[in-house]
Write a protein that binds this ligand. Sequence first.
Ligand code: TXA
Ligand code: MG
Length: 408
Amino acid sequence: MLQRSLRFARYMNTKILKVDPNSIHFNPNSWINGQLPKFDDQLTYDALTNAARVIRDTDDTVAFPTETVYGLGGSSLNDNAVGNIYKAKNRPNDNPLISHISSIDQLNRTIFNDHRGCEVDPLRNIPTIYHPLIKKLWPGPLTILLKVPPNSPLSKLTTVDQPTFAVRMPADPVARALIALSDTPIAAPSANASTRPSPTTAQHVWHDLNGKISMILDGGPCEVGVESTVVDGLCDPPKLLRPGGLTYEMIVQLGGLPWNNCQVETRAKKDEQVRTPGMKYKHYSPSARVVLLIPQLENGQESIPSLKKILQLERGNANRIAILTTQRLDSLKSSDLVDKSPNAPQFIIQSLGTTGQQIQTNLFATLRRVDEEDNVDLILVEGIHEDNQGLAVMNRLEKAAGGHCIPF
Ligand code: TXA
Ligand code: MG
C-alpha cells in the first residue's frame, strides 16, 4: 500500500519536456550502421539523454513523438517496463506491442544477438520479401512481422508469447534519437488511455496519462496522424494487417512482385483466429456517440437534405452535435441546418480537410477537440472512399463509431 502511494506520488505531475526535432541530425547511412545523431540544441540533448537513461536503466516509461502518433515507450527487453506500459494505458495484455529500433545494426545486435557488424549483408536477419519495402520506406511508418529468434531477449509481454514480433524504425528524429541513445529496442503502443483516440500532440498524452507516467517529450504535433501500416510478409500471399501511414497502393507499388498479391486483412472474419489481436478491441472512441456517414459511389440526393434526414433519425437526446466534414459537406454552415424549435440542438461544424492526407493528419486531434473541449454528445463524421489514405481513415472511423455507419 505504502509502495503504491509512493509510486503514485512520484508521478503526481507528469513532466513535459520540450524537444526540437529540427536540432537533431542523422547521417543518411545511420539507419543501417547505427551512427549516433548530432544535436545543436543543448536542452533537446539533455532531455533525450535523460529519457534514454530511463528506458535503458529503469522499469519506467516515457511518452515520445513519432511521425505517426505519440508512443508510450519502455524497454522491449524488460518485463517490468512492458508491464508498466500496459498498466498506464489500462491495455489488455493479450495485444502485442511493436518494438521500435533506430538502425538495422541495433536490430541485429539487440534482438538477434548477431554482432557481426553491418559491412556485409546488413539485412541478413530479415526475409528478402521485406527488403524492397525497407530500403525505400525505413525509417518511416511501416511495421513488419519477423520470427522471434531462438533464445530471444524480447520480453514475452512484448510479443504476448507469439512466434512473431512486430518491428518498425520511426522517421521522427526525436523517436530515433531516443532509441539510438538508449541503445534499446523500445516497445511503444500509442500513448493514449486504452479505447481513446490515439494522441497526436503532447497535450493529448497529458490529458490521458497525467499522473500515470513520469515524462512526456514534446516535439510538436505528429505529421502523419494515424499509426503505422502493419504488414505480414511471412505468409503467402503477404498481408496488410493494419492500414496506416503508408497506403496499400504504396506497398503494392514499392514492394516488388510478391506484394502485388497483398491481401488486406483488417476486418477479422467470424470464427477465424485474429491475426492482429488489436483488431478485436474497442478503439479510437470519444465519449460522445459517433455516427459515420459512408459515401455512396452514386448518390443522386442533395447532401444537405440527406444530412438533415440523418440528423432527425440519429439525434436522440443530443443537444450539442459536432459535424466533421470532408468532401461533399465541405461548404456546410450552421445556418444550413437552422431549426427554430425551442429545443433545437447546437451545431459545431469542423472540417477535417478535403484531401486524404489532410483528413488523416487532422482525424484524431479533431475527434478529441469536439469531445474533450466542445463536450458534444453526438459526432457525425462524413467518411471518404477507401482508396489511398481513405483505407486507414475509414478503418479508424468505423472503430470510433463502434460500427454505427449510415450510407450517405
Ligand atoms: O505508428 C505506430 O505503429 C504507433 C507508434 C507509437 O509507433 N504504435 C502503435 O502501437 O500503433 P499499437 O500497440 O497501438 O499497435 C500495434 C499493432 C496492434 O494492432 C497489434 O495487435 C499489432 O500491431 N501487432 C503487434 N505485434 C504483432 C504480431 N506479432 N502479430 C500481429 N500483430 C501484431
Ligand atoms: Mg493504439
